[in-house]
Each structure stands twice: as structure tokens, then as C-alpha cells.
Design a binder for this molecule. Structure first.
Ligand code: NAD
Ligand code: ZN
Ligand code: ZN
Length: 409
């Protein structure tokens, strides 16, 4: 089959690789109909995540049709159309039983990413996300093996086009968890750092939940302009304003700061040359630029919610400020499975239209070009979706009836 494989930093290509096969009785084989490139894939693409090997297949946002099931699979059958959560969870361990699916302690045969790990078992395996997370081949491919098939695959109605439901695999539940974690609601204020796909969908969720003021910080004018038009955010470009937190605070009553903040940037945050250099030299685990701004912008007693991926240590982490303000931090990989039924309802009802952020629809064969565009923010790229198969096939897109089609470009 054809699959997107890694060959060193900034080098990926679509190769012929062996077809996946059922390995465990509760595996299934999925024929992928749509897959997306995530900001998390960019960390891998740029060579920033350890334990990624040449030939590894990327991709953790995908959906498709069940092709074959192992003997113990009862939840789905061949022909079912499903979205696959990027987190692989067993459904029955200590953590799965309390809905902390990303903490599943039975699926990851890798080491996990904790530096000061002691004897703690790693969290859940993830598709296509390095050998730290289990080395499970990803879904930017024609076919993919899906472990724990009685727990993860989520059936979606045939009336909804692929691109309307594809983001249930990761970025929509990630944005939802991030905003829910801030505790904001009707009339609240929120600042969202990062106007990538996760930040944009966080703005969509905050708007849906009734947030009165949504500040959004980035330095790509086209992303900020889109967020302003679509979600009514107050945009702040950190290339033009070197202290967005100060600007935000000055627009809040009593100079208190916002009720909640979302860091949808993560460890590759731009804006501090020193930290970018230190992180490149591995003297610093992560750039703390966005996180410091989050801590500064939020009001006393507020929540800093961090979906952005962090690694290791940050020297410039203002823990004393967080203590003085009595802040709460919530973060981590998303417990995807937990949110899918309610998010599907929001999509069906039209209160969330995650597909609106898509700018590039390409064939899987063009995946390397898709990575380049998304990484370099070329052609005003917000989100790339890939369709396996020939270049001239048609992919469903959401028209008025949800089923219109356009040619793959
Ligand atoms: N927790 C999870 O389960 C989960 C799931 C999906 C993605 N993620 C992570 O979320 C983050 C965002 O993903 P994405 O797909 O939106 O990626 P993206 O790379 O497209 O977006 C990140 C945005 O942050 C902006 N940015 C950089 N430095 C900034 C700063 N100092 N202040 C404000 N904005 C800044 C960039 O310009 C970019 O637009 C990534 O770290 C990704 O790995 C986490
Ligand atoms: Zn992702
Ligand atoms: Zn589990």
C-alpha cells in the first residue's frame, strides 16, 4: 500500500510499504478515506521528537471504512464507517474506567515522554507518534491497523461528509477539552494563544459556549484575520505587540485579566530567541514564551489550559506568579473517547462546523507538499486533509446537503 513515511527532519515521502495485518484478536484493519496533517505532526516532521525512525508512518487524524476485523471484535463490523481517536485506549484499565483515556496504562509498549519517570507506567499509545508512544504505524496511508477496536472506533452517520467528522479524531475534542478545562461559559472572557487548527477550533467552542470576549494571539495575519471574521475574536499579532498579556489585561474590567487562557502553541513557541536557541541546543526542553504570557494574562483564580504539547523542563516558568494568583493548570493529551457523542451532536445540530478551517484538500500522493505548505504557512494554509487513492478521484465536501463533491486539487 501507499503511506507517508519519515526520512529525517523535513523529509517525508509517500512510499510503497507492506499492507497492515491483524496482529491481535481485537485489532481491525481500516481502509482510510480521509486523513489530516496535525500541528503535532509538525513536531515530528521538524525532527523535534525523539525515537522517530526512518520509515515510520505518520498520521493520527483519520477515518474510513472497516475492512477486516479480528476474532474478538464485536463493536464494529466490516463496512462500518468510523472515526478513530488518536489515543489508543483499552477501555478497561484503572484510568480508562475513570474516563482518562489518554492515561491508559496498557497500550503503550514504549517508554513514554516523562523525564523524571520513576516506576510510573507510560500513558496511552498514540498512532504514528514516535516509539516513545508505542511506535504504532499511523493513518496517513491507504490502510491502517487499529488496535483496541472494541473501544476506539466511533461510528458516524452516512449523512455527514468525511470532512465534517474527520476532526473528531483529534483537534475538535482537543479544542473542546481545552476550553471546557478553563471553566469559561456565558459572558466569560478567554485568551487563546495560537491560531493554528487547535486554537481556531478552541475559538469556535468558546463562542459556542457563550464567551463574551475571545482574545487570540498569533503572528500570522491571515490566521488572525480568519479568526476575527469567523469567530469574532479580538486579534493580537505578537510581531507588532511584544506584550499581548499586557494588552489583554488593559481591556478587562478592573485590570484583572481574562477568566481563562488556552495555550494552543506548545513547546515550539516563537518570540524568545534565547529560548528557541536553548531548546534547539537541548539545554531547554521547551520554549516558555507562550506559557509565560498565559500565566500573565489570566485573572487570579483562573485556569491555564494547555493542549499545546510540552517536553521536559522550562527554566522561565513563572511558578511564583502562578502561586500568587492562585492559578489552576490543566493540560495533557486529549481523552478523545470521552467527548465524541456530544461533539457529534453539536456537528449534527450545526453548532460546530469544524470543516470550515480546511484550506487544502489534497491526495495522499501529495502529502509531502501538504507538510511543506502547513509547516511554512504558505498559501494561507490552515489545515490540510489528504485523500488516499488516485489524484483525479472526488472527495466529499460539505455542501448545503452535506454531500456535494469537488475534485481533489
Ligand atoms: N493535547 C493534545 O492532545 C493535542 C492534540 C492536537 C494538537 N496538540 C498540540 O497543539 C498545538 C497546536 O496545534 P496546531 O495543529 O494548532 O498547530 P500549528 O503549528 O498550526 O499552530 C500553532 C500556532 O501557534 C502560533 N505561535 C507560535 N508561537 C506563538 C506565541 N509565542 N504566541 C502565540 N502563538 C504562537 C504559530 O504561529 C501557529 O499559528 C501543537 O503543540 C500540537 O502538538 C495537542
Ligand atoms: Zn493531532
Ligand atoms: Zn486503558
Amino acid at each position: 500500500m501507499r503511506a507517508l513515511t519519515y526520512h529525517g527532519a523535513h523529509s517525508v515521502k509517500v512510499d510503497n510499504v507492506p499492507d497492515p495485518v491483524i496482529e491481535q484478536a481485537d485489532d481491525l484493519i481500516l481502509r482510510v478515506t480521509a486523513t489530516a496533517i496535525c500541528g503535532s505532526d509538525l513536531h515530528l516532521y521538524r525532527g523535534k521528537i525523539p525515537a522517530v525512525e526512518h520509515g515510520d508512518i505518520f498520521g493520527h487524524e483519520f477515518m474510513g471504512i472497516v475492512e477486516e476485523v479480528g476474532s474478538a471484535v464485536t463493536a464494529v463490523q466490516p463496512g462500518d464507517r468510523v472515526v478513530i481517536p488518536f489515543v489508543i485506549a483499552c477501555g478497561s484499565c484503572f484510568f480508562c474506567q475513570i474516563d482518562l483515556f489518554a492515561a491508559c496504562e496498557t497500550t503503550n509498549t514504549g517508554r513514554g515522554a516523562i523525564l523524571n519517570k520513576k516506576a510510573i507506567p507510560p500513558g496511552a499509545a498514540l498512532f504514528g507518534f514516535s516509539h516513545l508512544y508505542g511506535g504504532i504505524p499511523g493513518g496517513q496511508a491507504e490502510y491502517v491497523r487499529v488496535p483496541k477496536a472494541n473501544t476506539g472506533p466511533f461510528k458516524v452517520p452516512g449523512t455527514l461528509a468525511d470532512e465534517k467528522v474527520l476532526f473528531l479524531s483529534d483537534i475538535l475534542p482537543t479544542a473542546y477539552q481545552a476550553v471546557i478545562n478553563t471553566g469559561i461559559g456565558q459572558g466569560s472572557s478567554i485568551a487563546i494563544f495560537g491560531a493554528g487548527p487547535v486554537g481556531l477550533l478552541s475559538a469556535a467552542v468558546a463562542k459556542m459556549l457563550g464567551a463574551e470576549r475571545i482574545f487570540m494571539i498569533d503572528h500570522h495575519p491571515y490566521r488572525l484575520a480568519y479568526a476575527q471574521q469567523t469567530y469574532g475574536v479580538i486579534p493580537i499579532n505578537f510581531d507588532e505587540d511584544d506584550d499581548p498579556a499586557d494588552t489583554i489585561i488593559r481591556q478587562t474590567p478592573g485590570l484583572r485579566g481574562v477568566d481563562g487562557v488556552v495555550d494552543a502553541v506548545g513547546f515550539e513557541a516563537k518570540g524568545s530567541t534565547t529560548e528557541t536557541v536553548l531548546a534547539t541546543l537541548k539545554l531547554e526542553g521547551s520554549s516558555g514564551k507562550a506559557l509565560r504570557q498565559c500565566i500573565a494574562a489570566v485573572r487570579r483564580g483562573g485556569v491555564v489550559s494547555v493542549p499545546g504539547v510540552y517536553a521536559g523542563f522550562i527554566h522561565g516558568f513563572m511558578f511564583g506568579d502562578a502561586f500568587d494568583k492562585g492559578l489552576t493548570f490543566k493540560m495533557g493529551q486529549t481523552h478523545v473517547h470521552r467527548f465524541l457523542p456530544e461533539l457529534l451532536e453539536h456537528i449534527e445540530r450545526g453548532s460546530l462546523s469544524p470543516e470550515a478551517i480546511i484550506t487544502h484538500r489534497m491526495s495522499l500522493e501529495q502529502a509531502a507538499e501538504g507538510y511543506k505548505l502547513f509547516d511554512k504557512k504558505q498559501e494561507d494554509c490552515r489545515k490540510v486533509i489528504l485523500t488516499p487513492g488516485r489524484n483525479d478521484i472526488e472527495v466529499p465536501v460539505s455542501g448545503d446537503d452535506g454531500l456535494a463533491t469537488v475534485p481533489v486539487v
